[in-house]
Design a protein around this ligand. Sequence first.
Ligand code: GAF
Length: 392
Amino acid sequence: MTATTGVTAAPSASACADAFRDAYGREPEGVWIAPGRINLIGEHTDYNDGFVLPIALPHALAAAGARRADGVVRLRSRQSGEEFSARVADLVPESVPGWAAYPTGALWALAGAGVRIDGLDLMVDSTIPSGTGLSSSAALTCATVLAAAHTHGADPAPARVAALAQRAENGFVGMPCGIMDQSASMLATAGHALFMDTRSLETEQVPFDLAARGLALLVVDTRAPHRHVDGAYAERRRSCEEAARVLGVPALRDVTAEGLAAALDALPDDVSRHRVRHVVTENARVLETVGLLRAGDVRRAGALFTASHASMRDDYEITVPEVDTAVDALLAAGAHGARMTGGGFGGCVIALVADGAQESCLAAVRAAYRERGFAEPAGFTAVPAEGARRVR
Ligand code: GAF
């Protein structure tokens, strides 16, 4: 993630297969690739049965795998260099620390769904920077579900893989995430944004060709360390569920923009009022953005991005100074709109900019960061890439 205009490719399948051979002394049965994502708009709406609009990134994770017959799982990553090994029968929720929790959670979720897992050797290689909110963990979990399923004679549909990967995070890792990241990794297609209703799980591939409109999507990695991310995420989710209970609706999705004022009146405190206002207005912004994209008027979505950011900053309270500084600097440098993307408390900011303005916009963020003593940010131009697939 260095050049602002360059696009980082998926890892090489053959290099991943070579690393597998070197590590385990045998041939992999296959190589699977699952991409990271950015969400264009629709943040913290997925666990409220709402709407999301992510794209898959060219940055991806490759997993080379082969079945074992002895009930053992062995995992290696070209990035960490460490080996993890365990008996599949011993995998219990929240027992595996670090990155290995995601692939072992994938095996646990498959076993829970009735797929007999005899064992697995896995080598992973990734170009998705971890800890930056680009969904490296969903990519790892999805790729492992695919590798383990295919090497054990199962072939779950992409939406089913996403559901199993979410189950792994919720039930095994202990992260109460929604379904967006896994769905983006499994279901997104090149050249499109994935519009998803997370209640019905219906999806629509919405054409997203910014270059044709003289625009570009700049991604700025703020390099802000995620702070208390899991606890704060779970707390936001709990407060939404509690607000839905107080309002007597199955989920905050059921509060419409027209019903918002009455809902706010019925809530007992300012914090829950703010959380509900974010979710309800964010769902409306997703629908408006999709309408603009369908009409080919993507530039006007910029204002919705910026409004989404203000809502995350002021109502949902999930931004941090590095993120807000980046958004302000991008807007001052002429971006049509900018917002934090992903779960929050750090991570990446996206900006809709004139094609060719990426360098000057990133330079504006760099200058603002220098002034405040923040770490040097990085950036790249995002184009919507293809979803998960078997490549060998
Ligand atoms: C994280 C979660 F994993 C997603 O499910 C989603 O809630 C997102 O934060 C916020 O929109 O990426």
